[in-house]
Write a protein that binds this ligand. Structure first.
Ligand code: ADE
Length: 228
């Protein structure tokens, strides 16, 4: 999979060299490039923002550098998906991560300030599949951290990026429920014991207990997931 990210702070993406995603890049499963939006400016100050039409607080990202960035980065042959990170987007979910993990090419456009001139989103929509996506109901200073979260969630679903397929199957959000709690050695730690059933070796009982834990946890932490 080819992944590009456009940002005025491309250094944010250095963490992608670490751990499993770093290995996935080394092995060629993922080709990731962070681009500095200011490379597509032409004035001495490398200006990327301006005041909003209609008034209001803050600055808006100018369309011209973004337009040139997409002219350079989008190749129709790879059916690119362009993701604009914004708190005003559709929610990022495991299902969306799963779907996007099958893409050939994803471009993340990381806005700052009050966002990007909306014409950029509309214009890019004529050249590629465009999604405005939010990682949650809170506001970050910019889209870089949101893009990083999405890249990690998507990339780990690409076959070969994670060694153990079962660990993907059993985690939270895969079956609409949160994951059951986990325990490891020692059997007693600070007078706290591991639940007896997990030591029993009785697989059917363990499975039953885990399912109940999933339901209890989901009911407590995320009741919204149980409402249909
Ligand atoms: N940019 C700022 N806040 C964001 C959020 N919650 N999701 C995606 N992009 C953002």
């Amino acid at each position: 999979m080819k992944i590009d990210a456009v940002s005025i702070f491309p250094d944010y993406f250095k963490v992608l060299e670490l751990s499993l995603l770093g290995k996935a890049q080394e092995s060629g499963l993922i080709t990731f490039t962070a681009h500095d939006l200011r490379n597509w400016t032409h004035d001495r100050h490398k200006t990327v923002d301006d005041s909003p039409y209609g008034g209001g607080a803050g600055m808006v990202m100018k369309p011209e550098p973004w337009g040139e960035a997409f002219d350079d980065l989008l190749e129709i042959e790879t059916s690119p998906v362009v993701i604009f990170t914004t708190p005003a987007g559709i929610p990022f979910t495991q299902a969306l991560a799963q779907e996007l993990s099958e893409s050939e090419h994803i471009v993340f456009a990381c806005g700052r300030y009050e966002g990007i001139d909306q014409r950029v989103v509309d214009h890019v929509g004529t050249m590629a599949r465009v999604l405005e996506v939010s990682i949650g109901d809170y506001v970050l200073n910019g889209g870089e951290v949101a893009a990083l979260a999405m890249i990690e969630a998507i990339a780990r679903l690409i076959p070969g990026v994670i060694g153990n397929k079962e660990s993907l199957a059993e985690e939270s959000h895969n079956d609409g429920l949160l994951e059951y709690p986990s325990f490891t050695k020692p059997k007693v730690w600070r007078e706290l014991e591991v639940p007896e059933v997990l030591l029993s070796g009785h697989h059917a009982e363990i499975e039953k207990w885990r399912k109940q834990q999933q339901l209890d946890r989901t009911k407590t932490n995320r009741p919204d997931l149980l409402e249909l």
